[in-house]
Design a protein around this ligand. Structure first.
Ligand code: SAM
Ligand code: SF4
Length: 348
């Protein structure tokens, strides 16, 4: 059922509860992740090379164009949007887009959220809340400032802590994301867990995915979460729970802390069967799967005409190409990652 509640010019109508798009495998596509920039003020070793080449600024869609694209997805049944990157909060004037999208909450959009490294959070936290954002993900792989500098290359741990403080003060609920890295933060996980739960934050651990050329050897970094979970069970009682956030994490409750711990296991488990998402880059390319190269160019349809009909048709066509699942295998013969683009392009 489409319940249209208003139209602005030729732009996508604002809808409440539009029918979701259904992919060829019967999955409803209700979640759009938007990488608003490929740039970042950190250079996390598992994510980027130190001397990354970024897109020329002229290739980026404007914030108005990104707003129009997001509105088209909302009109087509997307109810959750996550802004990510690169670092979303380093894009100039990003709060303009956050405010525009925030106005759509309740008119088709149920949730607007973002994933951030926290570096710029202290100055944006209050405005994010004011725009309707209620929950955010902050990436934090270690509580040791020296190790933090090592893994992010350029990051300042204290700034991120200030950001977390400011976000909580503003009323934003935080989930911490940590990438599990062998011989880097595995021993520290109990501490990270106690820290997160002690501050009322969920913690999700993620396996590294082979995306984009980096300077390190991926196989050196890879830590299966089954091993991490077994290690944690030496100290904690983990009870499987049915909690769902619309993402691929499987959650447990930690009896000793009362908090939730999520596991995202793209490598050891197929997390694709319940995939409800597509990913838009800052140049208007739509990836139907994080772990596949097939994509649709929405920029051409966006710029061809102000009438959204063409854009809607291009989105529909792209959804018919959403694959069943990813194919993350490290190409050991050529020592190449399975997917050539970096996570910062599609936003994780
Ligand atoms: N800059 C923001 C941040 O770090 O939260 C948003 C973008 S970042 C690409 C999104 C998430 O992807 C982060 O939690 C990061 O740790 C994770 N990530 C980056 N590269 C990854 C990789 N190769 N494997 C697994 N996770 C990765
Ligand atoms: Fe930047 Fe996020 Fe990638 Fe780290 S993980 S380099 S913070 S985009």
């Amino acid at each position: 059922m489409n319940t249209r509640v208003g139209t602005i010019g030729n732009a996508s109508p604002l809808v409440a509860g539009a029918d979701p798009m259904i992919d060829p495998f019967g999955r409803a596509v209700t979640y759009l992740r938007v990488s608003v920039t490929d740039r970042c003020d950190f250079r996390c070793t598992y994510c980027m090379a130190e001397n990354m080449t970024f897109l020329p600024k002229k290739d980026l869609l404007t914030l108005e164009e990104l707003d129009r694209l997001c509105s088209a997805f909302i009109a087509k049944g997307v109810s959750k949007i996550r802004l990510t990157g690169g670092e979303p909060l380093v894009r100039k004037n990003i709060m303009y887009l956050v405010r525009q999208l925030g106005q759509k909450i309740g008119s088709g959009l149920d949730e607007l959220t973002l994933t951030t490294n926290g570096s710029q959070l202290s100055r944006h936290a209050e405005e994010l809340y004011d725009c309707g954002v209620r929950r955010i993900n902050v990436s934090l792989d270690t509580l040791d400032p020296d190790k933090f500098r090592k893994i992010t290359r350029w990051g300042d741990f204290d700034k991120v802590m200030e950001g977390i403080d400011a976000a909580q003060k503003a009323g934003l609920k935080i989930k911490l994301n940590a990438v599990a890295l062998k011989d880097f933060n595995d021993a520290e996980m109990p501490e990270l867990l106690r820290f997160a739960h002690g501050r009322g934050m969920d913690l999700t651990v993620i396996e590294t995915m082979p995306m984009g050329e980096i300077e390190e050897d991926r196989t050196d970094q890879y830590l299966p979460l089954s091993k991490l979970r077994a290690d944690l069970e030496d100290q904690f009682t983990l009870a499987d729970i049915d909690y769902q956030t619309g993402g691929p994490a499987r959650y447990v409750r930690v009896e000793e802390t009362g908090g939730r711990l999520g596991f995202i296991t793209p490598m050891t488990h197929n997390f694709c069967e319940s995939c409800n998402r597509v990913r838009l880059t800052c140049t208007g390319t739509l990836y139907m799967c994080l772990g596949q190269n097939d994509a649709a160019d929405l920029r051409a349809s966006l710029r061809a005409t102000e009438d959204d009909a063409l854009l809607h048709a291009a989105i529909d066509e792209a959804i018919t190409r959403k694959p069943k699942g990813h194919d993350f295998i490290i190409d050991r013969t050529h020592n190449r990652p399975a997917v050539a683009r970096h996570m910062s392009v599609t936003g994780g």
